[in-house]
Design a protein around this ligand. Sequence first.
Ligand code: 3H9
Length: 691
Amino acid sequence: MSNFVSVANENGVAVVTIDNPPVNALSFNVRKPLYEALIALRDDPAAKAIVIACAGRTFVAGADITEFGKPVEQPELRAIIALLETIAKPTIAAIHGTALGGGLELALGCHFRNADRGARLGLPEVKLGLLPGGGGTVRLPRLVGAKKALDMIVSGTPISAGEAEAVGLVDAVFDDDLLAQTVRFASEMADRSEPLVPVRDRNGRLAETDLAFFDAQAAGLAKKARGLDAPLACAEAVRNAITLPFDEALAAERQLFVKLVSGDQSRAQRHLFFAEREAAKVPGKDLQKRRIARVGIIGAGTMGGGIAMAFANGGLPVTLLETSAEALQRGLATIEKNYAVSVGRGSLSEEAKQQRLDLFSGSTDYADLGDCDLIIEAVFEDMAVKKEVFGRLDAVAKPGAILATNTSYLDVNAIAASTARPQDVLGMHFFSPANVMKLLEIVRAEKTAPDALATVADLARRIGKVAVIVGVCHGFVGNRMLAARGAENEFLLLEGATPGQVDKAFTDFGWPMGPFQMGDLAGLDIGWRNRKALGQTAAIADTLCEQGRFGQKTGRGWYRYGGGSREPIGDPDVEALIRAKAAEQGITPRAIGAEEIVERTLYPLVNEGAKILEEGIAARASDIDVVWVNGYGFPVGKGGPMFWAGLEGAAEIVERLEHWRAKTGRAIFEPAPVLRRFAQTGTWEVAGGAQ
Ligand code: 3H9
């Protein structure tokens, strides 16, 4: 046989084992011997049934994503599944770990599916900008009904083995010994006299579909797609499964798949899949991770409380430290309230809430942080305060404990220097609400030990965060680039745009909201306070704040908000203020189009990213993309700012930056050398190598 597929005979049952670590993806190396093995077993009288199982940690987790965009080598997955359906003896998939995408489609080609209790099954292709292209959209609805299939395929979220059994996707679930039990199951099936019906011929569930209801449900999902093609294609394909004969629906699915896989959106989403995995890697083979059994959090305010919840949600015990018993109680009460909201919404059970709350202990004494392996401070954003906290931590933390600051802007090197153990100090920049937002910037200071970084990157993953390792600079990767993106905002208004027009250009681009709506949501007073601290001004925004217009929380900001609603309403008072400020500066308003808004906000965003690369603050362009997609709402279908720069055309970006540089004289538009190089070579190169 091959290294990737082996066959054994267990009392007349053939067990085909796929072994392609780490996730048994269906690479060409697997497909070819699998196809050949199935042909041989189809014709082998010594095999009365065939079990497909996997070695290692999981069943097949899908097609090999690295093969997309290259010519397909035969046999392709669809041919294997079609072959399976011609086999007149029982075929059974034995599923442990995850059966995802092409993996689940392979299992759908079998007569039966058995699963380990801990297994998860799903069709996550939509998250890669695709739809299941191996017949998943046509076979899954035949087993679980069109409504459930639509839900699974459009969301891409896997379901548990228990649920899979309940909805008819899985025939048997075993608590242990999956393979032995499945061989026994296979033997029984072979000895039965009932006819074997391939999934393609099971039409009963489809016949019961209420098409009008299905269409209404699909329309609801389409609304949420926000410019992404894949969710719409998924819904269309499942509809075809209901309305078209099997083979026609299968052919239609193929056409949709081929179109998506060669499109920019899927390329962008595949880029992000690998980028996310790359971003948290620390160079240096096999770095020994430190043991993290308890986490200390200093500060039980919004940020500290959210961070504490993030760890408790990941199952880690947390010690929460505050300056007074009252502040501590307030913090713990807020945490309890937040969990109660989740229980009320049905996303958390009462039991799970209690389990999480049991993980918290509170203290007002630094000495109680002595048994923590990681301590994160989330106190007031002020260097003197942070240094004092770290000085105290240095005195109580155990040797080897990792000391982290949640600062958004401050110099982590300076904070580290206030301890006698800078090798153990790093930044953990969470985004608010920290228990919800996925992004974590892990800030590597000059003296941070690589194993401390690797430990925190690993831990971040354990608690479901997407971690990116970044270097020290004002605002790190995300907030520094955000400042560049917003540098022209006021100028755009003064020159004639309205907040509504700017925000619309952003939402049309695919952002969930524009900068002015975002400002109103976050609170305009925050930026105001920062500007004052830095001695900066913003003519319009400062005046709004002087008028007490802080955004949603005061019912007015860049927009008006009626009766506690979050829906922004354009405000003539703001427009009058803008015109008055423009007049003061002698600016005559003109019409400003969406294209100009993009050029003056998103081109500087890319340009700042290029500078960040040049300075080594980010190790790879793709790291920057991960930050922006996961922390700031950059549209996934465009792959992040640095990937998008390639789609947009870097030469065009450089040319337009030069144009605005000449027109305004502002340095924000000066094209970075790395961007100029990208325009010539098509790769994000920095001195010392390609990224
Ligand atoms: C599909 O199936 C299309 C079909 O419908 C139609 C075909 C015609 N391919 O995530 P991890 C790598 S589309 C290639 O860190 P975990 C990954 O890059 C596919 N490589 O592990 C990483 O590499 P490295 C539908 C893959 O335990 C390593 O494996 N399926 C693939 O946290 C470990 O991955 C999906 O979308 C792949 N399919 O999570 C599932 N998958 O070590 C995608 C992983 O060099 N995969 N790698 O960084 C996952 O969701 C997770 O990997 C999984 C394991 C849950 C399986």
